[in-house]
Design a protein around this ligand. Structure first.
Ligand SMILES: [Zn+2]
Length: 178
């Protein structure tokens, strides 16, 4: 399956070990259907996510994946309750790990990607990055928001004790409040 605008579909599972040995580069898209947790966290995933990934070995021999990732989502502004469209952008900095004990020796600034002899779940990792890049509470920029007179930002929900610090829990809460 290909899409002229977004390029080819990235495979769900990839042989990450082989790709890092080859110094491979992967570019393509992940359809909203393959991002169920992201779809759950926002009002709509408007377009396929697009990723550009380089597989490599760093100077210390770690197998690493670097690149970037973006998607456009529709969220509900929590100030005016109207739709807002936002491009979510994430930088990919992963290191392949093959067993739990390797987590102690990870290069700084890289997220572990657990893989095994069957490869690794690429869609899951990409979705994880997009979820982390989502704003905890979405707002229009103040100048563009019709609700800016109605509430001060002091009254906005924050990651307080009621919600814990988990952004996904807060998003769920906001969805139910609608
Ligand atoms: Zn707004």
């Amino acid at each position: 399956m290909t899409d002229a605008q977004y390029g080819k579909v990235l495979p769900s599972r990839v042989d990450a070990l082989k790709l890092t040995s080859q110094g491979a580069r992967l570019e393509g898209m992940v359809s909203p259907d393959s991002l169920p947790r992201l779809r759950e966290a926002v009002a709509r995933v408007s377009v396929p996510a697009q990723a550009s990934l380089s597989f490599d070995r760093d100077a210390s021999g770690h197998r690493v994946v670097s690149g970037d990732l973006k998607v456009e989502v529709e969220q509900v502004c929590q100030r005016c309750l109207l739709a807002m469209y936002r491009e979510i952008v994430a930088e990919i900095r992963w290191v392949l790990v093959f067993a739990e004990d390797q987590r102690e020796h990870l290069p700084q600034g890289r997220e572990p990607w657990m893989v095994d002899e069957d490869g690794g779940d690429l869609h899951h990792m990409l979705e994880e990055e997009l979820l982390l890049a989502l704003p905890i509470v979405p707002f229009h920029p103040l100048d563009d928001c019709v609700g800016s007179d109605r509430y001060s930002s002091d009254a906005m929900p924050t990651a307080d004790a009621d919600h814990g610090d988990n952004p996904f829990q807060i998003l769920k809460q906001l969805k139910f409040d609608k």
